[in-house]
Design a protein around this ligand. Structure first.
Ligand code: ZN
Ligand code: ZN
Length: 235
């Protein structure tokens, strides 16, 4: 399945961080004049930095291995993306979202985090009761033995108000990431244990299994049960 829809995490997987930022700035600057998909290729016209009247024409394609290749008038090597290519991808992704495939694109992106949460992440509960609070997530890098460590703060089973220190959670606008999904998966698997803990946690709301966060409380997180108004504080 080849598509030119790339979210922030997918982009940072195929291009260096600094280049992604440059491309995004180009897009925000409205430098993408034209961008469309035709017969499996993405064609774009992107305004350059020094000569606004002479835009760069570029063409993006997936090669036989599914790797994205670019042919741009700026002269960058085809297997290295340039900022014009990044700007075009961001623009195409944005257009797709605006044209109404938004919900399915979001849903697909969440499913992707769920799937990867189960295979690429290990989690341990650090503190909180019964499973609220802090978790540590180890992200197993597919490209090597390197492990990345992030901290997940669990606030709800149902609402997308959980927090993670990873860059994907900060940028993807999905309200979740593979680390949060890994914790949710683990909690789901340990239903027996969770059930037992529910009974002993007197302050925990049994009717909704989730709490709504009150943002106006600055010193600590306060959660209110959306059905019966019980509150619970997490410091
Ligand atoms: Zn270029
Ligand atoms: Zn995360």
């Amino acid at each position: 399945m080849t598509s030119f829809v790339y979210d922030s995490e997918q982009l940072s997987a195929i291009a260096p961080e600094a280049l992604c930022r440059e491309g995004l700035a180009y897009f925000k600057d409205n430098r993408v004049i034209d961008c469309y998909e035709q017969e499996g290729a993405l064609y774009a016209k992107v305004e350059g930095s020094s000569a606004p009247n002479s835009p760069y024409y570029l063409e993006l394609e997936h090669n036989d291995q599914g790797k994205l290749t670019v042919s741009c008038e700026c002269g960058t090597h085809p297997e290295q993306l340039c900022k014009h290519a990044i700007a075009a991808l961001v623009s195409f992704t944005q257009d797709t979202i605006e044209q109404g495939s938004y919900v399915s694109a979001m849903e697909a992106a969440i499913q992707d985090r769920k799937k990867r949460g189960q295979t690429e992440v290990r989690v341990t509960h650090l503190s909180g009761h019964p499973w609220f609070g802090k978790w540590q997530a180890y992200s197993i890098d597919a490209s090597g033995p390197r492990q990345r460590r992030y901290e997940v703060h669990m606030r709800s089973m149902q609402e997308r108000i959980n927090f993670c220190t990873c860059p994907d959670r900060a940028n993807n606008q999905l309200g979740t990431c593979k680390h949060i999904e890994a914790v949710l998966h683990k909690i789901g698997k340990g239903k027996k244990l969770v059930g037992k803990d529910f009974e002993s946690a007197a302050t925990f709301c049994l009717s909704c299994l989730g709490w709504r966060r009150n943002d106006q409380i600055a010193t600590h997180q306060q959660f209110t049960c959306r059905f019966n108004g019980f509150t619970r504080s997490v410091f």
